[in-house]
Write a protein that binds this ligand. Structure first.
Ligand SMILES: [Zn+2]
Length: 398
């Protein structure tokens, strides 16, 4: 910022002060106090309960002002008229840790924070940890309780792979990068072991005060047996998974153990993905019961452009037709997501002083096809498209 330090004022005397004040006013008038101003966009910042046309000024990597008009003066500007300006998106179920190119790819979608949700277990955790360390935006890792990570024949189908000691040692070694434990519990991943796998995951996570994320859907054990193991801050991903063992019954009633879990602070996440996680009739039933997701995530990997995932803005757009508002969808990928993992604690908002991570999106009108994971398709009238990203106050080239 172009201001003069207090210390110099002390030695300048009153004449000097007047000169300094004039110089400072001139700099402000010229806009030199800002590094970047995003002008004229519809700013949707649910954490500030703001949905209005505003200018957003950035200084030294932080949000400096959000006001109806801001004189940019000499500062570079981004013209966001006709676009949405939202906090940088946070994807809490991604597989961006699988390749070193992935973080840069999702950054262009507006994703300024990601969690790799269990791509690897203890045996190869160094791989996603290394990707997260070299990521331009904040990236962190959930360790798969299955020590060999995601396996075609099931991560923990052999129970010995749910190796608590190995997972603990890995977390101890990478305490700064591993922010939780992932347990994939469907029948083709954990088989009959689902309950024991979750119990072990919880043992490991609790020892470090970390959350567990469970991948639900098509479990062998009923949710009434599994959900009591979930504590405050844990995450249930794939919340729209169809039976057996979805969170809603045939009559459209949300299961009591699911409501109890939400009441004690368990987070319900979409986890879009490709296979077995969303079926439109189930999503409709859950949303008609007004059981809204807390967070929307992609379950992204490098092939997502060619699947029904596409990108996080697309995944956020899928629920407008079910009555979700733009502000709600943005909350699910910003402020709500930021609350799940402490590493994002001051993110997911455009409040003054917050890190200047910003996603610029286009909300287009038309007929858009949205896919579930069962070849089901619905048509929506609006879809969000990525249009630009600012990371720590710097515009990301597209
Ligand atoms: Zn996943």
């Amino acid at each position: 910022m172009a201001t003069i330090s207090r210390r110099r004022f002390v030695f300048m005397g009153s004449a000097g002060l007047a000169v300094a004040a004039r110089a400072s006013r001139t700099l402000i008038a010229q806009g030199a106090r800002y590094d970047l101003v995003i002008t004229g966009g519809r700013v949707v910042d649910p954490a500030s309960r703001l949905d209005a046309v505003r200018d957003v000024a950035i200084t030294q990597g932080r949000i400096a002002a959000v006001r109806p008009t801001i004189a940019a003066g000499g500062a570079p500007t981004i013209d966001a008229r006709g676009k949405l300006v939202v906090p940088g998106l946070i994807d809490i179920h991604s597989h961006a840790g699988r390749t070193k190119e992935s973080p840069g790819l999702v950054l262009k979608d507006g994703v300024t924070g990601w969690i790799d949700a269990g791509s690897q277990g203890a045996d190869h955790i160094e791989d996603p940890v290394a990707v997260a360390r070299s990521s331009p935006q904040l990236g962190r890792v959930l360790i798969n309780i299955g020590r060999e990570g995601i396996l075609p024949d099931g991560d923990t189908m052999v129970l010995a792979r749910a190796d608590e000691a190995a997972a603990r040692a890995a977390i101890e070694k990478h305490r700064d990068m591993i922010v939780g434990v992932k347990a994939r519990l469907s029948r083709e991943v954990a088989g009959q072991n689902d309950y024991e796998v979750l119990r072990r995951s919880q043992e490991v996570a609790s020892a470090f005060g970390l959350p567990v994320m469970i991948h639900m859907g098509q479990t062998i054990s009923p949710l009434s047996k599994l959900f009591p193991l979930l504590k405050r801050g844990d995450v249930v991903t794939h919340m729209f998974a169809p039976p057996p063992n979805s969170i809603v019954d045939d009559s459209g009633t949300i299961l009591p153990e699911v409501l109890a879990a939400r009441r004690r602070g368990v987070v319900f996440d979409v986890g879009n993905g490709v296979t077995g996680h969303i079926r439109w009739d189930i999503a409709e039933r859950i949303l008609q019961a007004r059981f809204w997701p807390d967070t929307i995530s992609t379950d992204w990997n490098v092939t997502s452009r060619t699947t029904g995932v596409v990108d996080l803005p697309n995944c956020m757009s899928k629920y407008f037709g079910f009555g979700m508002t733009v502000s709600q969808a943005v909350a699910c990928a910003t402020t709500n997501a930021a609350r799940v993992f402490p590493v994002f604690k001051d993110r997911g908002t455009l409040k003054v002083g917050a890190p200047a991570d910003v996603a610029i999106l286009e909300l287009r009108e038309g007929n858009f096809e949205f896919l579930d994971n069962y070849k089901g398709s619905i048509t929506g009238r609006q879809r969000l498209f990525p249009s630009g990203t600012v990371l720590a106050g710097v515009r990301v080239s597209s």
